[in-house]
Write a protein that binds this ligand. Structure first.
Ligand SMILES: C[S@@+](CC[C@H](N)C(=O)[O-])C[C@H]1O[C@@H](n2cnc3c(N)ncnc32)[C@H](O)[C@@H]1O
Length: 192
């Protein structure tokens, strides 16, 4: 049968916590798969924000959502770097976001220069925790296999391990015997 995949586990954790009507954020919209899952979870009464630095990724996500029949008023796609997410999300939603997802690295088949790096990833993760409500979820899929990926994965893991235990629960989901630096998941819950 096999264990749930890394991306599957990120989605499963989100499914368990996100309700219709919630506000959610995809920090790395890319090809739009995570964004589509989030938009479906929050339903017609919710709102999903998606960020990517690449206009090509934003266009791909837009197409993915349109092809899935998602009405434009249910989401907002923003071409900007994710550490500025708080400037785009209305202040009344700060501290009320149910879930923020990150899927680090680069856009498959896209511009590899637009790769996530600790210099912007870490401030983006800090911003994401500020946006979350109590009980809210942060998921980060890290890719140690590409150039610079190991440094980023280590930096994210150190950051997650340093979060105060009274305020956050931090989880690693990783296959122990896969070869070639497979991706893994870091998840953080803001405690109530
Ligand atoms: C692995 S892809 C994301 C996959 C996507 N979540 C999906 O479901 O298809 C990583 C994305 O992060 C984007 N990215 C890189 N640096 C970024 C930054 N500073 N802010 C926002 N997005 C960034 C890349 O352009 C790329 O599209």
């Amino acid at each position: 049968m096999g264990f749930v995949s890394i991306l599957g586990m990120a989605h499963r954790l989100a499914q368990e916590r996100v309700q219709p009507g919630d506000t959610v954020v995809d920090g790395t919209a890319g090809g739009g798969n995570d964004m589509l899952a989030l938009v479906r979870l929050v339903g017609r009464s919710g709102c999903a924000y998606g960020f990517d630095v690449l206009p090509q990724a934003i266009a791909r996500t837009e197409t993915r959502l349109q092809e899935a029949g998602i009405e434009a008023e249910r989401y907002r796609l923003i071409t900007d770097s994710h550490e500025r997410m708080e400037t785009w999300i209305p202040p009344e939603k700060h501290g009320r976001v149910a879930c923020v997802m990150f899927n680090l690295g680069y856009l498959p088949g896209g511009d590899h220069a637009a790769i996530t790096t600790p210099a912007t990833t870490l401030p983006a993760l800090v911003a994401a925790l500020r946006l979350l409500r109590r009980g809210g979820l942060l998921t980060v899929v890290v890719y140690p296999g590409h150039a610079g990926g190991r440094e980023e994965a280590d930096a994210v893991e150190r950051w997650a391990a340093s979060l105060p235990q009274r305020e956050f629960q931090s989880l690693l989901y990783r296959f122990a015997n896969q070869r070639k630096d497979p991706p893994y998941l870091l998840a953080v819950e803001k405690l109530g």
